[in-house]
Design a protein around this ligand. Structure first.
Ligand code: PAF
Length: 278
């Protein structure tokens, strides 16, 4: 497995591969890899001939400086996991390599980045859009793989691809969960062993909400979720029901609208998100 740290060197490598007709798959990550990432790598290995994983903790997508400072960085174990998976190349640039000049560009995804995560993390999706556009320009993937735990991010990337006509096919990977249901996330690495066990209440509360939605008012379902979390020491930031395709936030459950429940909650200072199709 080759490791590239400079844009120029990976670009040269990719141009050689593409000239030889090789189909390139990209799995963009911020490192601290887990089975969720590896499942995306496996998809790429299956569907393309060259799998590149980027590892870059993108400073411009963090609206909370503490979250950025404390974001887990586990490069050595990431490399070991990727080697074992059969991944072909890793792109691990420094922040100076990616952003030699202060970034002034802003991306606006309209209503899509004002709701849910966008409402609580202003500027987040602009930062995600910019880094993903840069990665697409550098790696020129034929297919890009993103996990569905970041459900809204997946929609944002699809819009980025459509609006800027990137010749990239977007492929999603389903949420990979721990045996107790907690969605795998790099941020789980910041939880103490005790908090890690308790955090599975997020999944339990989603299951409960999904079960109750057809009979109860959405507001009552939200109150129940909040209580379940509070009892375990978590703080609910939001629980929303949204149209699965447009992500328009819904005020009521409607069995005719394929929808998704989306949640964000704090376990101490660690912010966790999850979602469940309804
Ligand atoms: O989902 C992530 O890990 C990040 O938001 C991404 C897509 C790698 C962009 O930094």
């Amino acid at each position: 497995m080759q490791i590239f740290r400079e844009i120029a060197s990976i670009q040269k490598f990719i141009i050689e591969q593409k000239t030889a007709g090789i189909k390139v798959g990209l799995v963009p990550t911020m490192g601290a890899l887990h089975q969720g990432h590896i499942s995306l790598v496996e998809k790429s290995l299956h569907q393309t001939s060259l799998t590149v994983v980027s590892i870059f903790v993108n400073p411009i997508q963090f609206n909370n400086p503490t979250d950025l400072r404390k974001y887990p960085q586990t490069f050595e174990s990431d490399v070991a996991l990727l080697e074992a998976s059969g991944c072909h190349a890793v792109f691990k640039p420094s922040a100076d390599e990616m952003y030699p000049f202060p970034v002034q560009l802003k991306m606006d995804f309209g209503e899509l980045d004002k709701i849910l995560e966008g409402k609580f993390r202003p500027g987040h999706f602009s930062g995600v859009g910019i880094v993903v556009a840069k990665l697409f320009n550098i790696i020129r993937p034929d297919v890009a793989y993103f996990g569905q735990k970041d459900y809204q991010q997946f929609r944002v990337i699809q819009k980025l691809i459509d609006d800027l006509s990137f010749p990239v096919e977007l492929v999603g990977g389903e949420i990979i969960r721990e045996p107790d249901g907690l969605a795998m996330s790099s941020r789980n690495k910041r939880l103490s062993a005790e908090a890690r066990k308790t955090a599975s209440v997020i999944f339990q509360s989603l299951l409960n909400a999904k079960k109750n939605l057809p009979e109860k008012k959405l507001e009552d379902v939200r109150i129940e979720v909040e209580k379940m979390l509070q009892q375990k020491g978590l703080r609910l930031e939001y629980l929303e029901l949204a149209d699965r395709r447009t992500l328009a936030v819904l005020q009521h459950f409607d069995a005719n609208i394929p929808s998704v429940l989306l949640i964000a909650a704090y376990m101490g200072e660690v912010r966790l998100i999850d979602n469940m199709l309804v």
